[in-house]
Design a protein around this ligand. Structure first.
Ligand code: AMP
Length: 587
């Protein structure tokens, strides 16, 4: 297949804002591809060569790409850079300059998808001495054979700007439409959530149809999207939602790890699918030693503990284990304990389809516990009073709250979804007017007065997985200490954007835009309908979004969360409705 056909599809996707139209463009195109090209195509649509859990790094900064563009367009570097300062995106610059260029090579062969994948793989794997020059040369070789649209997307892919708007959800829509039916969409999404590999799902559905998709199971070594909890503002409301009875567990304040245990190795993944095995080698070896099965996938929360008393320590302590260097010392200095709370697979059995009670029981039988690993504290609760008592016990043990888990038969492990099968309740929620949110930084405003020369406030957003867009929810200027403010420009420097990023919806215009990457924890007094903020736009009220009143940074940077894992638009709307309910029904 020619790469120009794919670039043409990207152009058409870029030109439409309608998800329905994107789905139909993609599904029509997908039907024309063989399964292998389809696999590469869906990865490339997301700017990648691999599944989600594979860290994708081309290692090419804008200026390096501009050098390749300069060579490919035969324009002086200064001219290319000038245009880049104006346009902000090397892809747009490449398209503009290459448009005016004549034929580059006399007998040039058209660029195939296969050659593009090969070239990008070469860029990705080039390292060592002169790697920058060699990467640049590889890109030049591809650009030399490219027309304007082709070069635009090559440059966007290598600089991590590939956002044609076709998020994973749209790709899944298109795959279902092309190779199965609309009713099969939930099965296709389930396959994606348990494999985190949209390329594999595409290849499977294209070659084996929906039956092959139904046959996909979780497997050791391929991370599973984590199940997430909803929240409610009080224990009695939780008990009511759970039908009067549920399992309650301590909600530990640490780092969630998904452990893939095989016969002689263990891999640990964060909830963002990063491989954290090297940060927790002690946990990995303990899990292998204490697991009675040959293979298993389990989840738990890793918490720092005081070595002399075994008492749990605050979240900040365990983050020392997130360092890149000096791990050996950190392992010694910051002992942790893993509190296991779920099992997703054991010796050939996919446990994700079993009810929670069965999973918990199987988990308890699969391990010997020790100082380093144990089960979460759990009790079956049958009244709000018992729930309150359990909550008090959780706080006394330095947990941040409780997790209520449904005991219904249908309480399966819903990979990648947030629902009321799990409900979290934290200490913060007790004071009805403080609720915490994890928000993505999308912009900054210059400071004034005491903050002159620094960032004075940040523009914060929630994510809507349905549309793949970030909507703004507040301007945040409170809760920052001097050290945080001084470090902010550095922390954000890798995420600067020349204009509003394509996946950010905003009416408020900050002085500086950022691509969503950094997540901060924020508390606020109230959620209110907002004429200027775009979070959950149109969900609560037509033509209005939701905003936070009196937002304050808690001091906690959520390095464990990706921007797409911040508070979701629908969750914010739920919280708004819950808040309205506790304030009393509308007259
Ligand atoms: P939050 O990060 O506030 O959305 O809360 C959900 C997180 O709580 C999960 O992703 C886990 O990391 C953590 N957690 C702590 N204790 C438990 C537990 N007993 N069961 C499930 N998740 C837990």
């Amino acid at each position: 297949m020619l790469y120009s056909e794919l670039a043409d599809v990207f152009e058409r996707l870029d030109a439409t804002g309608s998800r329905i139209e994107m789905t139909s463009i993609l599904s029509e195109f997908f039907r024309t591809l063989d399964p292998e090209s389809l696999r590469s195509t869906v990865y490339l649509s997301q700017g990648k060569l691999h599944p989600d859990y594979f860290p994708q790094e081309f290692g090419m900064a804008d200026k390096l790409v501009l050098r390749a563009v300069s060579m490919a367009s035969a324009k002086p570097y200064g001219e290319v850079e000038k245009l880049w300062i104006k346009e902000g995106d090397p892809g747009t610059v490449a398209a503009l300059l290459i448009k005016g260029r004549g034929q580059m090579t006399l007998f040039s062969e058209p660029l195939t998808l296969e050659r593009v994948v090969k070239g990008l793989t070469a860029i990705e794997s080039t390292d060592g001495r002169d790697s920058q020059d060699r990467k640049m040369k590889q890109l030049f070789l591809l650009l030399r054979e490219s027309g304007p649209a082709e070069s635009k997307y090559l440059c966007r892919i290598v600089t991590g700007r590939m956002r044609v708007g076709a998020g994973a959800m749209t790709l899944l829509d298109a795959l279902s439409e092309a190779f199965a039916s609309r009713e099969d969409r939930p099965e296709v999404e389930r396959a994606y959530n348990i494999t985190c590999d949209i390329g594999l799902v595409a290849e499977t559905v294209a070659s084996g149809g929906i039956d092959a998709i139904k046959n996909m199971h979780v497997s050791v070594g391929s991370p599973i999207k984590v199940m997430l909890a909803e929240r409610l503002p009080s224990i009695p409301l939780i008990m009511e939602k759970m039908g009067g009875k549920c399992a309650m567990e301590f909600k530990y304040d640490g780092i969630r790890l998904q452990a893939h245990i095989s016969k002689d190795s263990v891999r640990l993944y964060s909830r963002r699918l990063e491989d954290l095995t090297s940060n927790f080698p002690d946990v990995a070896s303990e899990l292998r030693a204490r697991c009675k099965a040959e293979e298993a996938i389990i989840e738990g929360e890793c918490v720092a503990v005081d070595p002399s008393t075994g008492a749990m320590l605050p979240f900040q302590t365990v983050t020392h284990r997130r360092k890149k260097h000096g791990m050996e010392k950190a392992v010694e200095d910051y002992p942790v304990r893993m509190f296991m709370f779920d099992i997703l697979f054991i010796d050939g059995a996919d446990m994700t389809t079993y009810p929670f009670a069965d999973r918990r029981d199987r988990l308890a039988r699969a391990f010997e516990t020790s100082e380093k690993i144990g089960l979460t504290e759990m009790e079956v609760i049958e009244s709000p009073e018992d729930g309150e008592a359990f909550f008090a016990r959780a706080l006394a043990a330095k947990s941040e709250g409780v997790m209520a888990k449904s005991l219904y038969q249908e309480s399966v492990y819903r990979a990648g979804s947030r629902g009321f099968l799990w409900i979290k309740y934290k200490k913060d929620y007790e004071a009805a007017l403080t609720d915490s949110f994890d928000l993505a930084v999308v912009g900054a405003f210059h400071g004034m007065g005491k903050r002159a020369g620094k960032y004075g406030a940040l523009l914060m957003a929630v994510f809507d997985p349905e549309t793949g867009k970030y909507g703004t929810v507040c301007k945040l200027g409170t809760g920052f200490d001097d050290a945080f403010l001084d470090g902010l420009p550095d922390m954000m420097s890798g995420h600067l954007s020349k204009g509003r990023p394509a996946d950010v919806d905003a009416q408020m215009v900050p002085d500086i835009w950022f691509r969503p990457a950094v997540v901060l924890e924020v508390v606020a007094a109230e959620i209110s309908q907002s004429p200027i903020h775009t979070a959950a736009f149109g969900i609560v009220k037509e033509g209005a979004g939701l905003g936070l009143r009196f937002p304050r940074f808690t001091g906690r940077i959520r390095t464990d969360k990706g921007p797409d894992q911040c508070t979701a638009a629908a969750e914010l709307a739920e919280m708004y409705w819950a808040q309205e309910a506790t304030d009393g029904p509308d007259p």
